[in-house]
Design a protein around this ligand. Structure first.
Ligand SMILES: *[C@@H]1O[C@H](CO)[C@@H](O)[C@H](O)[C@H]1NC(C)=O
Ligand SMILES: *[C@@H]1O[C@H](CO)[C@@H](O)[C@H](O)[C@H]1NC(C)=O
Ligand SMILES: *[C@@H]1O[C@H](CO)[C@@H](O)[C@H](O)[C@H]1NC(C)=O
Ligand SMILES: *[C@@H]1O[C@H](CO)[C@@H](O)[C@H](O)[C@H]1NC(C)=O
Ligand SMILES: *[C@@H]1O[C@H](CO)[C@@H](O)[C@H](O)[C@H]1NC(C)=O
Ligand SMILES: *[C@@H]1O[C@H](CO)[C@@H](O)[C@H](O)[C@H]1NC(C)=O
Length: 418
């Protein structure tokens, strides 16, 4: 009983602190659904059990199912849409594109300083709770974070619903058949209409596995409570990319936010008010997270795989097979076909900024022509440690930077450990 009270207290504190009605709704729920459905001593590790019970007071789980729960841990412009597709295309995977968007979107305005550690804790706690529910196919739990609050378990506000194949095909959407393989996101939203979360839940249950992509969890250690949760079977794919490539891609995609970097690039003068944390945060998060993973802690055994976007881009089929091997999920012909269709030739009709249809190998190297050598050199100094850790070579001159026959990606095998 002790642990459930602690959980209730925590939740109550959180809801007082942030005055957030949805949080209060589910706090109220947790008062009624105590005691915890799962015996805390299920976990062999006492610490893990405590964390577990601290953070998940309310959910009933179906212990008999043994789905694989995949988390793609990524950052913006690191190739996460591409990796997401490797799961989205699999017939037996229920894939969700960035559901944690809703947590951030709902909580951030309520939180005073979004970078404070308390806010970060609240957000990560809420994110873990949501992930836990989604892996359990409880899509109603998302309703706590969708505004306006869904009525009769239906909504047209799910973020990037069209990016999830399962939410655009039967039983969720009867308007589209299994034949519509090349559906554009917008067409799904138009043709399928309002999303019925009851049907989405059914669809999730019918799939053998659940995969979720997120750019909203900074480090793998933030997921420890989920990795150790005996009710889940979580496997983390950490996707990294050369920070120089991320910077170039973000500057192009988020033109306003990265305006000062573009000014630097264009004028050759570094603006005095440049926000370098836009770069260094990425490097710090990578460094912390990858260090944790490469240290091979027992809690990550068999649960963590590091993937460099560049390796995937150069050899998509082989890398994808390795990923599926690690997960223990048989590869599906749809995935193979999708790779063949989307990584070759110059079918570079990248229609919108999150498009994944392009020549993957060339795309991964484009940054070398987009960034000035000065910015590259700055990045190499600021991110020196993590570049070395991940096997990205520094370019020592402008000539080296622009000469594509000089590889800046060292051959490395980051094999999962078990
Ligand atoms: C939890 O499980 C342990 C060992 O299986 C058992 O001894 C204990 O009585 C259980 N506690 C509750 C509250 O069910
Ligand atoms: C648990 O899941 C299995 C497989 O999906 C299903 O057959 C069973 O009825 C479920 N049990 C409960 C209690 O929901
Ligand atoms: C929700 O369902 C109830 C009962 O079927 C119905 O009366 C009501 O109009 C529905 N609300 C909306 C917004 O569809
Ligand atoms: C959503 O789907 C469920 C299951 O088929 C159905 O019972 C329910 O009426 C649907 N909800 C709405 C609002 O259509
Ligand atoms: C691959 O592309 C071809 C030709 O564009 C198309 O006919 C086929 O349906 C595509 N297949 C997949 C699985 O994307
Ligand atoms: C590019 O690098 C290669 C290998 O070091 C070298 O042989 C070649 O001359 C370089 N090309 C140019 C244009 O500098």
């Amino acid at each position: 009983m002790q642990c459930s009270w602690k959980a209730v207290l925590l939740l109550a504190l959180a809801s007082i602190a942030i005055q957030y009605t949805a949080i209060r709704t589910f706090t109220a729920k947790s008062f009624h659904s105590c005691p915890i459905p799962v015996n805390c001593s299920l976990s062999q590790d006492a610490d893990a059990a405590e964390r577990l019970c601290d953070e998940s007071p309310t959910f009933a789980y179906n212990l008999s199912t043994r789905k694989t729960h995949v988390l793609i841990l990524a950052t913006t412009r690191s190739g996460s849409s591409f990796v997401g597709q490797l799961f989205n295309q699999h017939f037996d995977v229920f894939y969700l594109f960035e559901p944690l968007y809703h947590v951030q979107y709902t909580l951030i305005p309520k939180l005073t300083q979004s970078k404070s550690t308390t806010d970060r804790r609240v957000m990560l706690g809420a994110s873990r709770d949501l992930l836990r529910s989604l892996y359990d196919c409880d899509l109603y739990f998302l309703e706590n974070y969708i505004k306006p609050q869904p009525v009769n378990h239906t909504t047209d506000r799910l973020f990037r619903r069209g990016a999830s194949k399962a939410l655009c095909s039967p039983p969720v959407c009867e308007a589209l058949g299994a034949v519509d393989l090349h559906l554009e996101e917008g067409d799904c939203v138009k043709k399928c209409g309002t999303l019925n979360l009851t049907l989405a839940t059914e669809s999730c249950r019918e799939h053998g596995h659940v995969a979720i992509k997120t750019v909203r969890v900074p480090e793998v250690s933030d997921l420890r409570a989920l990795v150790e949760d005996p009710r889940l079977n979580l496997k983390v794919i950490q996707l990294v990319r050369d920070p120089r490539g991320i910077l170039a891609s973000r500057s192009e995609t988020f033109r306003d936010t990265y305006r000062l970097w573009r000014i630097w690039d264009g004028t050759g003068r570094k603006p005095y008010n440049l926000d370098v944390t836009q770069l260094t945060m990425v490097c710090e998060d990578f460094w912390n997270s990858v260090s944790t993973g490469l240290n091979r802690p027992p809690w990550l055994k068999g649960k963590y795989m590091l993937v460099r976007y560049e390796d995937l881009a150069r050899n998509p089929m082989k890398k994808t097979e390795e990923i599926y091997d690690f997960l223990g999920i048989p590869m599906d012909g749809n995935v193979e076909r999708w790779i063949q269709n989307n990584t070759r030739g110059d079918r570079s009709s990248s229609k919108h900024k999150y498009g994944t249809v392009r020549n993957s190998a060339a795309t991964a190297e484009k940054w070398r022509f987009r960034l000035s050598y000065e910015i590259v050199a700055f990045t190499q100094r600021a991110c020196q440690q993590v570049l070395a850790q991940l096997g990205y070579r520094a370019a020592r001159s402008e000539e080296e930077l622009k000469n594509l026959s000089i590889s800046l990606v060292e051959e490395r095998d980051f094999l999962p450990f078990s």
